[in-house]
Ligand binder design. Structure first.
Ligand code: GCB
Length: 624
């Protein structure tokens, strides 16, 4: 990104922050609890931090949050957040006590840890003690990888931040609030669904509540690197001789002209840039030797960043991704994406994915399937996923949870959406594996939504002009043997994701053989297709819920795909069966969406083998 476009992006964010504040003034407060963030630390897993993972005491609030919300909807700062202890004898005071309360593991959803909380979608209060030794000239943050859906954080009784959004990270500044010795943090997490939330109230996955990702205490110098972007310079055309790296390093609190060093020894690239008035130091530098990142060769470089007292080393790969007509080019070479969809749910133990073991299991499946691509549906997953994808050479689609019905008519929802988009892009913009930012999934085609999402797609493009912007479009109404996607929103996309369930929700599996698609003249990914099957349930190819029928649906889809010239990727729904409270056919579903190629216990269905073979032999689709 050029310095001016970065500057424009920064300015735009300031505008949105102001807009958010104004919008919130006029709203029911619980619906608008988020304050614009001061910062969001990038590369946190490459800094030395104090982990706050482990056992946290918890108390369940009375729904809809009697201790958290005052009757007018304001946040109550003087209830459980105080962490005071009851007088068991003597004068009556409080009627709660964290110190003797049971514990929940962080990171972890509450649903799979406490049987009574399995279906709970309200407020849970978390508390833990921690030791600190604040030093002069430093700043301290509590970094939360993700907590679903709204979070309010107090340190030593002072509220340090509020956050809305269940799948993106946030930082709460504790500088000046923490002291030497023992401190405590209280986090109230509210998993209540909101009509104006993102996602809104109805969605086809499990609403795991709680602090679902890592929490850490981060101490940095008072002037520190909070954001950076190091990428292969993205010119108008791909140039194989291009060895220029470009981007920016943002140093929070830096005076104008503060030097920042970007050093990539193995690539023979080193440059010192200077911060501008906004703390941002744009740079570009020629590398004397550069191997580009690709699935075949997922090369990562040690990138050393330093400014003043702060330094950090990240592992970053460099590659070029762009569209040429209906082709997708990776480093100038046309590619076909052999993908699969997945939710962030652990296939063996259930619950949210958030550990190295979880991620290793998933990448084991992806590799076994010969996939080179994964769609992380329908929200940003744990950062470990992108880190592992970077190392393993699996390309990634990352998405914000604009799922089906969103309040597209509300400006404040747009403002929240931009913040969420920004948090997603900021966390993962240095991951070479991420090639696509998706702004939505299966939204209703009407002018209000088209304007909203087209603006959001353009926002994503201006925040990151080096990647491709996409969205999963809902399957069109059947028109005999025709399926027509004439959604105007596709104009705002680089790559069109097309969902469809021919052979499951509509038509018979074999009808797919005759279906002809009219699709935009852009690269198209069949971003969802599939059928439900219970692992071990066998029968005829036309018997629903059997493994044989699931294979049959896919086999006919492959025939249909062979007639789509601009098809550049296949992404079956989905890698594993996943919990969804709306899936209530006893004995077949039992609370699971059964469109997985693998069961929730890790058992591979016949359809898994079908894709494994097709992907190994590259029999579906063409790169150009
Ligand atoms: C869809 C949605 C996905 C659902 C899937 C299904 O179109 O995008 O979230 O889970 O269909 O199984 O119905």
């Amino acid at each position: 990104m050029t310095s001016s476009s970065k500057h424009t992006a920064a300015l735009r964010f300031v505008h949105y922050s102001i807009a958010l504040a104004l919008v919130c003034l006029g709203l029911a407060r619980p619906a608008c609890s988020q304050k614009p963030f001061q910062t969001l630390l990038v590369g946190i897993d490459h800094r030395t931090v104090t982990s706050l993972n482990g056992d946290w005491h918890y108390l369940v609030d009375q729904s809809p949050g009697r201790a958290l919300y005052k009757t007018n909807g304001d946040i109550n700062d003087s209830s459980y957040a105080m962490n005071s202890h009851p007088n068991i004898v003597g004068q009556h005071n409080e009627e709660y006590d964290f110190s003797t309360a049971p514990t929940l593991k962080v990171p972890g959803d509450w649903n799979t840890q406490v049987p009574q909380l399995f279906n709970y979608e309200g407020v849970v209060w978390y508390q833990r003690d921690f030791n600190a030794e604040p030093r002069r000239g430093t700043r301290t943050f509590i970094h939360v990888g993700a907590a679903n859906y709204r979070s309010h954080v107090w340190v030593n009784q002072k509220r340090v931040c509020d956050h809305e959004g269940g799948y993106t990270p946030f930082d709460c500044e504790a500088t000046g609030v923490i002291h030497k010795g023992s401190n405590f943090v209280v986090i109230a997490v509210d998993a209540t669904r909101l009509v104006d939330g993102i996602p809104s109230v109805g969605f086809d996955w499990f609403n795991y509540g709680g602090i679902t990702r890592d929490v850490s205490l981060v101490t940095v110098p008072s002037v520190f690197i909070d954001d950076y972007d190091v990428h292969l310079a993205h010119g108008a055309k791909y140039d194989p001789a291009n060895a220029e790296l470009a981007g920016y390093v943002h140093v929070l609190g830096a005076a104008v002209g503060t030097p920042v060093t970007i050093d990539i020894p193995e690539a023979g690239a080193r440059v010192t840039a200077k911060t501008g008035a906004d703390g941002n130091a744009p740079f570009s530098v020629k590398a004397s030797s550069l191997s580009l990142w690709s699935p075949e060769s997922p090369k990562l470089y040690k990138v050393n960043l330093a400014s003043g007292d702060d330094k950090l080393t990240d592992d970053i790969g460099f590659r070029d991704i762009r569209v040429d007509g209906t082709r997708i080019l990776l480093n100038g070479k046309a590619i076909f994406l052999q993908g699969v969809n997945m939710h962030a749910e652990n296939p063996i133990r259930g619950g949210r994915t958030n550990s190295d073991e979880d991620v290793a299991t998933i990448f084991g499946y992806l590799k076994d399937m010969n996939a080179n691509f994964v769609r992380l549906a329908h929200y940003p997953h744990d950062e470990r996923m992108e880190r592992t994808a970077d190392r393993e050479g699996i390309m990634v689609w990352s998405e914000i949870p604009n799922w089906q019905h969103i309040s597209f008519d509300k400006p404040e929802v747009y403002v929240k959406d931009v913040l969420m988009l920004r948090e997603m892009i900021r966390r993962d913009r240095n991951k070479a594996s991420v090639i696509l930012w998706s702004v939505s999934n299966e939204t209703p085609n009407n002018p209000t939504r088209t304007k909203f999402l087209s603006d959001l797609a353009n926002e994503a493009r201006s925040l990151d002009p080096t990647r491709l912007i996409t969205s999963a479009i809902i399957g069109p109404k059947p028109d005999g043997e025709l399926r027509v996607n004439d959604d105007a929103f596709c104009d705002a996309l680089d790559v069109v994701g097309q969902n469809e369930y021919v052979g499951w929700y509509e038509s018979k599996p074999e009808d797919a053989d005759k279906i002809i698609w009219r699709l935009p003249q852009k690269p198209v990914l069949m971003s969802e297709f599939g059928a439900e099957a219970k692992y071990g349930n066998h029968g005829a190819v036309n018997q629903r819920w059997t493994e044989e029928q699931q294979v049959n649906v896919f086999a006919h889809q492959f025939v249909m795909f062979s007639k789509i010239p601009q098809l550049r990727g296949t992404i079956p729904w989905t890698l594993t069966d996943f919990r969804s409270p709306t899936r209530n056919i006893p004995k077949l579903q039992d609370g699971y969406n059964r469109k997985g190629l693998i069961s929730e216990r890790g058992e591979k269905k016949q359809a898994f083998q079908l894709f494994q073979k097709a992907y190994k032999e590259h029999t579906i689709g063409k790169a150009d």
